[in-house]
Write a protein of this length. Structure first.
Length: 332
C-alpha cells in the first residue's frame, strides 16, 4: 500500500476534491486493506475533532437586555483554533496528532462542563429582553421564569419556561431549539417566532406561532402536533385535549410593548393576567362571571382604572377591595 498516496486521497476526500476515478480507487483501497481502513479511521477522528471544537464564553447580563455570549467573538476563536490544528497537522505525525487531539478535546470537554444553568424571573409588569447563547431573543413576561445553560453544548438548544414568553429563534437546522414547559410538554423549533404560555396555576398551555414551523409534544399525547404560521394551539393539562385554531399576532405584539389587549377574552383569563402584571390577588366570587367575554385595550393604566372600565362595560360586574384582595362579584 502506498501510504503517501492513500493520505493524499483521504485529504481530498475530506476536502470533497476527489475525482470520479479517485473515488473508485479510494473505495477499492479501503475494501481491500485493513491498514488503509485503520488510517482512514484515524483521520476521521481528527476531522471530527476539528469540527466539534467549542468554547465557553459568558458575560454578565444587563438588567433588561441580557446578552449571554458574543457570537462573533466565539466564531473568531473557533476559527483560530481550527487553523492552529491544521498547522499542527502539517508537522506532527498521525500518532502525535491523535494524542494532541485527545488532550485538546478533553480540555474542551472540561470547558463544556463549566457551563452552568442561568435562571431569570421577571418581577416587572413589562417584558424583559433576554439574549440567549445562540443570539436567539426572548421576551419574558410578568411572573415568568426562564432557565437555560450559559452555553449550548450539545446538538440541541434547550430552555425551560414557567410562565409566558415570546421567542425569536435564530435559524440552525442542525441544532433544534426546544422550549420545555409544564409536565414535560415541549415546543420544537429551528428558526421562527412564537409565543408560549404555561403557568403552574393554569391548566392551559398555549402556543402561538407567528412565523415558521414548530412541533408541540407532551408525554400525555401519542404524537407531536405540527403547527403552521398564524395558528394558536391550546393544550388542556387536565383533560389532555388539544386544539389548533387560526389566530393573529396582535395580542402578543401588544404585550411585547406593554399593552394589554383583550378580544372576547373570558373574565377569568383577564383576571389571571392582571394578577400577574400588577401583582395583586383577584377573586371572582360568581362562577357565572368567569366566562363573561370582554374586549378592551389598556396602556399605562393602573389596576383600579382597568377595573373601573371593566365594571362600566359590563352590566353585571362590580368590584371592591377587601384588605389586600380584589373581589369581583355580580351586581345585586
Amino acid at each position: 500500500m502506498d501510504k503517501e498516496k492513500l493520505e493524499n486521497l483521504i485529504n481530498k476526500f475530506f476536502l470533497k476534491q476527489l475525482t470520479l476515478d479517485e473515488k473508485v480507487e479510494f473505495e477499492d483501497i479501503l475494501k481491500s486493506s485493513d491498514e488503509a481502513r485503520k488510517l482512514f479511521r484515524q483521520w476521521s477522528f481528527i476531522q471530527r475533532g476539528v469540527e466539534t471544537i467549542q468554547f465557553n464564553k459568558t458575560c454578565t447580563p444587563p438588567e433588561l437586555d441580557i446578552n449571554v455570549r458574543d457570537q462573533k467573538e466565539k466564531s473568531n476563536r473557533v476559527n483560530l483554533w481550527k487553523q492552529r490544528i491544521i498547522n499542527i497537522a502539517a508537522v506532527l505525525t498521525i500518532p502525535l496528532l491523535i494524542g494532541f487531539l485527545y488532550l485538546f478535546l478533553e480540555k474542551s470537554s472540561s470547558l463544556e462542563q463549566m457551563s452552568h444553568e442561568l435562571s431569570y424571573t421577571n418581577t416587572n409588569s413589562k417584558a424583559i429582553l433576554i439574549t440567549l447563547p445562540d443570539s436567539s431573543r426572548v421576551y419574558l413576561y410578568a411572573k415568568s421564569t426562564l432557565k437555560f445553560p450559559s452555553v449550548f453544548t450539545k446538538n440541541e438548544r434547550h430552555v425551560k419556561l414557567t410562565g409566558e414568553a415570546t421567542f425569536e429563534v435564530v435559524s440552525d437546522p442542525e441544532n433544534p431549539f426546544y422550549v420545555e414547559t409544564l409536565d414535560g410538554a415541549k415546543v420544537k423549533a429551528y428558526g421562527t417566532k412564537f409565543n408560549v404560555y404555561g403557568y403552574e396555576d393554569d391548566d392551559i398551555v398555549q402556543v402561538y406561532l407567528e412565523r415558521g414551523k414548530v412541533n408541540f409534544s407532551s408525554p400525555y399525547l401519542s404524537e407531536a402536533t405540527a403547527m403552521r404560521a398564524s395558528t394558536k394551539l391550546e393544550f388542556n393539562r387536565k383533560s389532555k385535549s388539544i386544539q389548533v385554531l387560526p389566530s393573529d399576532a396582535f395580542e402578543y405584539e401588544a404585550y411585547e410593548k406593554g399593552i394589554l389587549l383583550f378580544r372576547s377574552t373570558s373574565l377569568e383569563r383577564i383576571t389571571k393576567k392582571l394578577s400577574r402584571v400588577y401583582d395583586v390577588d383577584i377573586e371572582i366570587r360568581d362562577n357565572q362571571l368567569r366566562h363573561y367575554p370582554i374586549t378592551g385595550v389598556f396602556e399605562n393604566k393602573s389596576i383600579t382604572q382597568i377595573l373601573d372600565v371593566l365594571e362600566m362595560s359590563s352590566p353585571d360586574l362590580k368590584w371592591k377591595k377587601e384588605k389586600e384582595k380584589i373581589i369581583l362579584y355580580r351586581k345585586p
